[in-house]
Design a protein around this ligand. Structure first.
Ligand code: CMP
Length: 149
C-alpha cells in the first residue's frame, strides 16, 4: 500500500548527528529549534563520544576515500549528539535543511550555511536513504530508547 504514496505522505525516520564542532560551540539548542520549527519530531536523543572503532565502522562506506582518517579523527575529537528524527519525507527534508556537504556551497539559511566551518566541520549529518537510515539508527539506538511522541 505505502508504495503508492507520494514521498511527502510517507512517515520516515532518519539518523541525525550534531557533530563535535557544533556541540563544542553550544549550537545544539539552535539546531534542535530549526528541526522542530520544520515539523520534524526528535524522538530519541543522546550525547556520547565515539571510539575510533565506532567512527571507522559508522563511516565504513568512506574507508577508501582520502579524507577517511581525518574524518574519523575529527568525529572522535569531542562529544556528539545523536538523534532519531521523524516526519513526513524526513530523509530528504532533513538533507535539504542541512544544506550541501561543503558549507560554502550550501543554500542560505540551511544549518551548514549558518553554522558549518568547513567540509569536515560541517556541524550535522543526516542519513542519505531509507536503507541507511535503518542501519544508522540501529547503530546508535536500541528500540527502548526511541519514543512514539
Ligand atoms: P557526512 O554527511 O557526515 O558524511 C561523510 C562526511 O565526510 C561528510 O559529512 C563530510 O563532513 C566529511 N568530509 C570530509 N572531507 C570531505 C571531502 N573532501 N568531501 C566530502 N566529504 C568530506
Amino acid at each position: 500500500m505505502e508504495k503508492n504514496l507520494k514521498p511527502e505522505c510517507i512517515m520516515q525516520r532518519t539518523l541525525s548527528i550534531i557533530k563535535p564542532d557544533a556541540v563544542k560551540r553550544s549550537l545544539t539548542g539552535e539546531i534542535n529549534s530549526i528541526i522542530q520549527k520544520n515539523n520534524i519530531k526528535i524522538i530519541a536523543q543522546k550525547m556520547l563520544k565515539l571510539s575510533i572503532e565506532d567512527a571507522q565502522n559508522f563511516y565504513n562506506v568512506h574507508r577508501e576515500r582520502a579524507f577517511f582518517e581525518d574524518l574519523c579523527n575529527y568525529m572522535i575529537s569531542g562529544p556528539i549528539i545523536v538523534q532519531v528524527l521523524e516526519g513526513k519525507d524526513v530523509i530528504s527534508k532533513y538533507r535539504e535543511l542541512m544544506g550541501a556537504t561543503n558549507p560554502e556551497n550550501a543554500d542560505e539559511n540551511t544549518i551548514r550555511k549558518l553554522f558549518g566551518v568547513s567540509v569536515e566541520e560541517n556541524s550535522v549529518h543526516g542519513s542519505d536513504s531509507e536503507d541507511n537510515s535503518k542501519i544508522e539508527i540501529e547503530f546508535f539506538f536500541p528500540k527502548r530508547e526511541i519514543f512514539n511522541i
